[in-house]
Each structure stands twice: as structure tokens, then as C-alpha cells.
Design a protein around this ligand. Structure first.
Ligand SMILES: Cc1cc2nc3c(=O)[nH]c(=O)nc-3n(C[C@H](O)[C@H](O)[C@H](O)COP(=O)(O)OP(=O)(O)OC[C@H]3O[C@@H](n4cnc5c(N)ncnc54)[C@H](O)[C@@H]3O)c2cc1C
Length: 480
């Protein structure tokens, strides 16, 4: 029996991992050159508590459950999680009822570690927060992670348990008989046998469903723009700071990142048409992100701290809830779509829900295997090691001592390990090792990384790409 999971974002990768617990062959197909490069790479990276999701929605149920699964998951899959806690801030007593509503909502959703704090405690928690705020909802279970590493580490775990990962190829449809999919067709012409097909294609979930003749609710895209700030900004903020939520969503926040930077944003603007390529940032968007950051933490909007701007797209439907269903039209096709925020937080619970609740609706009875290995080996980062451990590693392997990325102190061995794990592009190395994520944004290390990729993959330098087939780095020689 073989399951094909379409989409190597955080949702598809965790579903594929969940399936490898059972006696079924698993193939994960991702159209990009690497795992986790869709919505999963451009979001606020927050593990939400789950106090603002409307009770009785799938979002509420799976967010609170997913949040609590992250501690164990991060230990097994060796990606970082920091339980920083979060604060939703309010000014006067007139805004206090909104915090109380969120508190009650959270209690109904099963969220732990929630309480309202007053000014003196708020100031002791976050000394640089604006003096305008007198109350806040503290959620100690909220935290931050590296979303793409959740997906990448899951895919490593899938391969180590015998599953197959196919990147740079796209599912374009399938062959069907008697209301069942028999084969999944890829753009390359390859055909995959499929007893079960799970559509976790992110913003493309409607397009993938329709390529199998399956009707799902229409997708709308809501853009969120961000500014990433230098590590220096982290002296002003320790927790995730939210304004009061609005009809548009959770508002524009200040969020520490796991590697020591700070994010300002996101905006929330519905795009007029379906334009999944539109991840551009706008002047208006970035100004509003700066102003909102400054409103929460005066002094955080320091142009000397700007590192980069970027945008992500939320896939939504009019129902505003996740859409997780077996198709009416096909016996063995499941769509896991409209996975908007808090989809990252909910992802482990979504994966469990799909495999234990929705897969049985297809008539497939999964049998647990007894040789599933839940953990992957730690990929040691030279920057995070003690002097003694670093010396030991360098003695055994001198490439651990050759620092490729100066900003984030990434060694050549870490780059080589990332290539062994599946990275094929300069961005693949960046997201797996943090090389190029620092202050210079790859200005100094990209050329060395491209050369290491060419050497390890036995390719010509001109064949190495930044991220996709069309992102050439070297087009021709200037000197023989
Ligand atoms: C601005 C913003 C902020 C957010 N903040 C948070 C947050 O702080 N916390 C939180 O919990 N959630 C947050 N979210 C939501 C979260 O990012 C998403 O819910 C989650 O990343 C969705 O993951 P996914 O796997 O469904 O989608 P994706 O990561 O997009 O994965 C889908 C994959 O499918 C691939 N694909 C598409 N079509 C095909 C095909 N035909 N064949 C093969 N592969 C295909 C794509 O290339 C892509 O990699 C935010 C989202 C946005 C946009």
C-alpha cells in the first residue's frame, strides 16, 4: 500500500511523518527545490496559545493540541522551540473586557498558562513596552520556532523511516478508475502508484484538488508583510507582543526570532485575485509595520537595525476555518487546505487528526509498525557548542573549523551535512544551516556556499541555483 502526500510544507511533511508510523509506503512530493519553502518559510513563526480562535472550530481545537505537542516534537526532531510567552496589550480599563473575552475564550479552548497582568508586572516583564499600556493577557504556553526546520526535520525523519522524498517535481493530476485514484502523475512524466492521496499543497490546494476533479471551497490569499530586525533589537523585547486583535486578525506584532533577531509585522491585506507569486512588499505595508512596532515598543523602529523585508500569503476560504475532508468524488483523496494561521502551531495535531480520523473514512485500515524511529540525530552547530566540544569535532574533522558564514558562524561541515540531508540550492543551505541569514544576508558567504554545492554535488558552478530553476548565480565565465 502506498500513500502520496502532495506538498512538503510543515503540514504535508508532518502528515508524511505521521503515516510512516504505519505499515504503508510513503512518498512526499514537493514542487520546489527544497522542503518548507512555501507558506511555511514566511510567517511569524509563533506557537500560538490558541486563545483567540473561535471555540468549536477546527482551528481552535487543533491549535491548542498542536501547541502542546511541540515540546516533544522538537526534542525528537531537533528543531528549536523557545517558550517565550506572549502578551496581548490593552491601554485603559475600557479595553480590559476584550482581554477578559480572550481569557475566557482561551479557557474554553483548553489553553493553559493564561492570566491578566497589570501595569507593574507588565513593566517588569517587558521594561521597554510603551507606557500607554496598563493591562495585558499573558500566555506562558506561547512560543517561537523555526517553521521551515519543522518541515525539513520531519522530511529527514520520513526518509530515515524508509519514506521517499521527491523535490523539484509537481503533481499535475492522476489516473482514476471506479471512483478511486490509481496513479498520481508528475510534471516530469513520472507516475506514482497511489492507494491514498493527501493534498497538502498550501495556497495551491484548490488547484491540486481540481486537477483530480475534486471540488473544494475557493481559496483567497491574504498577504502579510514583515521587516526583520538585527539582533540588537532583541535588547528591547523578550516576549511576543500583540496589540488587541481586530476583525482582520491578530494585528501587527513584535516577535523575537529563535536566532536572536526581531520581526515586525505582519500586515493583513486580501489580494484582489489568485496571485500566488505575489510576495512583494509595499511602501505602505512596511510603513504600517514600522509604525505598529513603534506603537508597542518605542525605539524598536530603528532604521540601523533593518535587515530585510519579506511577505507571506495566507490561504483562506470564506469559512475562515481549516478545510480537512475526504473528497466526495473520490474514495482515496483527502484535502488538507485553507491552513491559515495558526496552521504552523496546529500542524502536528492536523497530521494526527488526518491520519487517525480522516484516513479511516477512505476505508484504509492502517496497522502500526514496530520499527518506527521517532527521533533524528542532532546536527551540531559549531556556534552553539562549548569550546571543548568544538575542539573535539575540529580534531576529527577540520572542516568544522572552517567558518563559511561569518555572521552566523556556520562551518563547512554544517553546509556539507545540509547537502547530505537534501539541500540542492544556496537557499536550501541557508534555511537548513542559517548561513546567509545574518546581517550581510549572504553577501559574503553565498559564493563559497555555491562552490561547496558544486563540489559536493559534482556539478559545474553554473548549474548551482539560488532557489529555483530560473535563479541563476553564475551565467558565464569572464576569464579563462
Ligand atoms: C503572514 C503569515 C503569518 C503567519 N503566522 C503564523 C504564526 O505565527 N503561527 C502559526 O501557527 N501559523 C502562522 N501562519 C500560518 C502558517 O504559516 C501556515 O498555516 C502553514 O505554514 C501552512 O503550511 P502548509 O504546509 O499548509 O503550506 P506550505 O508551506 O505552502 O506547503 C505547501 C507546499 O505544497 C507545495 N506544492 C503546491 N502545489 C504542489 C504540487 N502540485 N505538487 C507538489 N507540491 C506542491 C508548495 O510548493 C509548498 O511547499 C502564518 C501565515 C502567514 C502567511
Amino acid at each position: 500500500m502506498q500513500a502520496v502526500v502532495i506538498g512538503g510544507g510543515v503540514v504535508g511533511s508532518l502528515i508524511a511523518r505521521e503515516l510512516t508510523r504505519y505499515k504503508i509506503e510513503v512518498v512526499l512530493v514537493e514542487k520546489s527545490e527544497d522542503i518548507g519553502q512555501g507558506v511555511t518559510k514566511a510567517n511569524s513563526a509563533i506557537l500560538h496559545g490558541g486563545y483567540d480562535d473561535p471555540p468549536d472550530t477546527l482551528r481552535a481545537k487543533l491549535c491548542a493540541a498542536g501547541n502542546s505537542m511541540f515540546t516533544r516534537l522538537s526534542e525528537e526532531l531537533k528543531f528549536p522551540v523557545k517558550r517565550t510567552g506572549s502578551l496581548v496589550v490593552a491601554r485603559g480599563r475600557d479595553e480590559l473586557p476584550r482581554l477578559e473575552e480572550l481569557l475566557e475564550n482561551g479557557i474554553r479552548n483548553g489553553v493553559e498558562g493564561l492570566r491578566i497582568v497589570e501595569k507593574s508586572e507588565l513593566k517588569s516583564l517587558e521594561p521597554y513596552i510603551s507606557d500607554e499600556f496598563n493591562f495585558a493577557l499573558l500566555c506562558s504556553s506561547a512560543g517561537i520556532t523555526e517553521p521551515w526546520m519543522v518541515a525539513i526535520s520531519s522530511s529527514i525523519n520520513v526518509s530515515e523511516n524508509g519514506g521517499k522524498i521527491i523535490t523539484s517535481d509537481e503533481v499535475v493530476g492522476g489516473t482514476m478508475r471506479n471512483g478511486r485514484i490509481e496513479k498520481v502523475l508528475l510534471r516530469s512524466g513520472r507516475k506514482l502508484r497511489a492507494d491514498l492521496v493527501i493534498n497538502a499543497a498550501g495556497v495551491f490546494f484548490e488547484r491540486v484538488a481540481s486537477s483530480f476533479g475534486v471540488d473544494v471551497p475557493s481559496v483567497k490569499l491574504r498577504k502579510g508583510e514583515y521587516i526583520l530586525l538585527d539582533k540588537k533589537a532583541s535588547s528591547l523585547v523578550k516576549r511576543i507582543i500583540f496589540p488587541l486583535p481586530t476583525a482582520e486578525g491578530k494585528g501587527r506584532l513584535v516577535v523575537p526570532t529563535v536566532d536572536g533577531g526581531v520581526l515586525l509585522g505582519p500586515t493583513s491585506v486580501e489580494l484582489p485575485g489568485f496571485t500566488p507569486e505575489d510576495v512583494s512588499t509595499t511602501y505602505e505595508g512596511l510603513v504600517s509595520v514600522r509604525n505598529s512596532g513603534e506603537y508597542l515598543i518605542p525605539g524598536i523602529d530603528n532604521p540601523g537595525w533593518y535587515v530585510k523585508s519579506f511577505a507571506g500569503l495566507r490561504p483562506e476560504t470564506d469559512q475562515k476555518d481549516f478545510y480537512i475532508r475526504k473528497a466526495e468524488e473520490l474514495e482515496n483523496f483527502i484535502t488538507v487546505g485553507a491552513i491559515r494561521s495558526p496552521g504552523l502551531t496546529a500542524a502536528p495535531a492536523i497530521a494526527e487528526y488526518v491520519v487517525t480520523r480522516i484516513v479511516p473514512e477512505t476505508g484504509i485500515r492502517l496497522v502500526e509498525r514496530d520499527d518506527f524511529v521517532s527521533s533524528i540525530k542532532e546536527r551540531e552547530r559549531i556556534k552553539e557548542l562549548s569550546f571543548e566540544r568544538a575542539s573535539q569535532l575540529i580534531d576529527k574533522d577540520p572542516a568544522y573549523g572552517r567558518i563559511v558564514c561569518q555572521c552566523n558562524e556556520v562551518s563547512e561541515t554544517e553546509v556539507i551535512q545540509a547537502i547530505r540531508d537534501g539541500a540542492r540550492t544556496v537557499d536550501g543551505i541557508k534555511f537548513r544551516t542559517r548561513a546567509g541569514f545574518g546581517r550581510c544576508q549572504g553577501g559574503f558567504c553565498s559564493s563559497s556556499i555555491a562552490r561547496i554545492l558544486a563540489r559536493e554535488l559534482k556539478k559545474d558552478l553554473s548549474e548551482i541555483r539560488q532557489n529555483n530553476e530560473r535563479s541563476w548565480i553564475v551565467s558565464e565565465k569572464v576569464r579563462q
